[in-house]
Design a protein around this ligand. Structure first.
Ligand SMILES: NC(=O)c1ccc[n+]([C@@H]2O[C@H](COP(=O)([O-])OP(=O)(O)OC[C@H]3O[C@@H](n4cnc5c(N)ncnc54)[C@H](O)[C@@H]3O)[C@@H](O)[C@H]2O)c1
Length: 363
């Protein structure tokens, strides 16, 4: 089992949108470690960003709106990337209720604008558009959703990501069907965790904030189950997908799930227990009763990643329990003064080394 093709990424020119966000920062750090040249495009007004704490090599950054057609086009034209990874988004469910129009503008029109700009850049050979596991019509099934299941979305965020899927597949068929055109696919992953996420309304950042000030963590929906995974797992999947697109291999669906194993689903309660245990010092959490809020967030939602496993050779490297305890340790050490550069690099090194361990073991 191989993970990433290191040689392929050395010196590769990769354009990342949403680079200042949580996944974008980790992705640029991973690409930097693989030797790629990255250009980040996006903007992020949040006061604390992992991205700003990293020391990225061979990296340029431009702070611009994804819907600024002229600025986006000029950035792509100037950089001449071979690979585009589109992550910029309004990425949270609860704020999408407060600002549905902004969410649709960024997530749907922003995606259309990225692909429209890509049409004019001949150097681009592969585009991965990151959507979400929430693109599926959620029937609260116990089994995992497959790429062929119907799209849906009861809240504005989920609907915007499902709509982005339709935009991508229509544009791929309309403008990128010829031989030699850029190859395009969507990537659907679930909740990710890892150090340095400081977003509101996410369990682990909320836990780190609460525990670092010795407060109990308020937990919504403790009995909900979620497919937790470490951020590096789907990021490796996105890059493996890009490798596949660069190789021009057949891709009849153009949509790929990257979720944890079916037996690796944890409840919110289990995650809160694990995180508090790994943090130590007697920290605790309490269930928060807010039925109106609970109804606004989906219950069980798992995805089936058999396609990525079979066709890309992608497998989650870290079990949910390991991802939670590793993340708790990241935040605790960072709170104690260790730099994000060191902590991110340590996780990336461990993650990539696992590849060699797995390869040696013939997994
Ligand atoms: N983190 C998760 O658990 C998760 C789960 C499923 C899907 N996703 C998807 O993965 C991608 C990355 O997620 P993330 O967790 O890093 O979220 P994030 O919010 O940290 O990152 C998104 C980035 O896009 C930026 N952005 C928002 N509007 C923009 C605009 N109009 N122009 C330019 N930039 C803009 C944000 O400010 C942020 O920097 C998103 O597309 C998200 O929907 C994330």
């Amino acid at each position: 089992m191989t993970l990433l093709n290191f040689d392929l990424w050395t010196g590769r020119r990769v354009f990342v949108t949403g680079h200042m966000g949580f996944k974008g920062a980790w992705l640029c750090a991973l690409l930097s470690r693989l030797g790629a040249e990255t250009f980040g495009y996006g903007w992020d007004p949040r006061p604390r960003l992992l991205y700003r704490e990293l020391d990225l090599k061979r990296h340029q950054s431009l702070e611009g709106n994804i819907n600024d057609t002229a600025m986006l086009g000029a950035a792509l034209t100037g950089f001449r990337p071979e690979v585009v990874l589109h992550l910029a988004a309004q990425s949270l469910v609860l704020p999408s209720y407060a600002d549905p129009i902004g969410t649709f503008d960024t997530n749907v029109m922003g995606t259309a604008r990225v692909l429209d700009a890509v049409r004019n850049i001949p150097s681009i050979r592969a585009v991965v558009v990151v959507t979400s596991d929430k693109v599926y019509r959620n029937n609260e099934w116990v089994w995992g959703y497959r790429e062929t299941d119907p799209l849906g979305g009861k809240d504005p965020y989920s609907a915007s990501k499902a709509a982005a899927e339709i935009v991508v597949h229509s544009m791929a068929r309309s403008y990128f069907a010829d031989a030699g055109a850029a190859r395009i696919a969507t990537a659907r992953a679930g909740n990710v965790i890892g150090g340095g996420d400081w977003a509101d309304h996410r369990l682990l950042p909320d836990a780190a904030r609460a525990f670092s000030t010795e407060q109990p963590l308020p937990v919504r929906n403790p009995h909900s189950s979620r497919p937790w995974q470490h951020v590096l797992d789907p990021l490796a999947g996105y890059l493996m997908l890009a490798e596949q697109l660069l190789a021009q291999k057949p891709d009849p669906l153009g949509a790929w799930n990257f979720g944890p194993s079916a037996d690796d689903v944890l409840s919110v309660r289990e995650v809160a227990d694990l995180f508090a245990g790994a943090w130590g010092g007697g920290v605790s959490w309490r269930a928060e009763n807010d039925p109106s809020q609970a109804a606004r967030e989906a219950g069980l939602l798992a995805i089936d990643s058999s396609l990525a496993r079979k066709e890309l050779g992608w497998l989650p490297r870290w079990k949910a329990k390991d991802a939670v305890t590793r993340t708790a340790s990241w935040y605790r050490r960072n709170t104690a003064g260790e730099s994000a550069v060191v902590l991110v690099d340590e996780d990336i090194r461990d993650f990539l080394d696992n590849r060699f361990k797995c390869a040696d073991a013939g997994v």
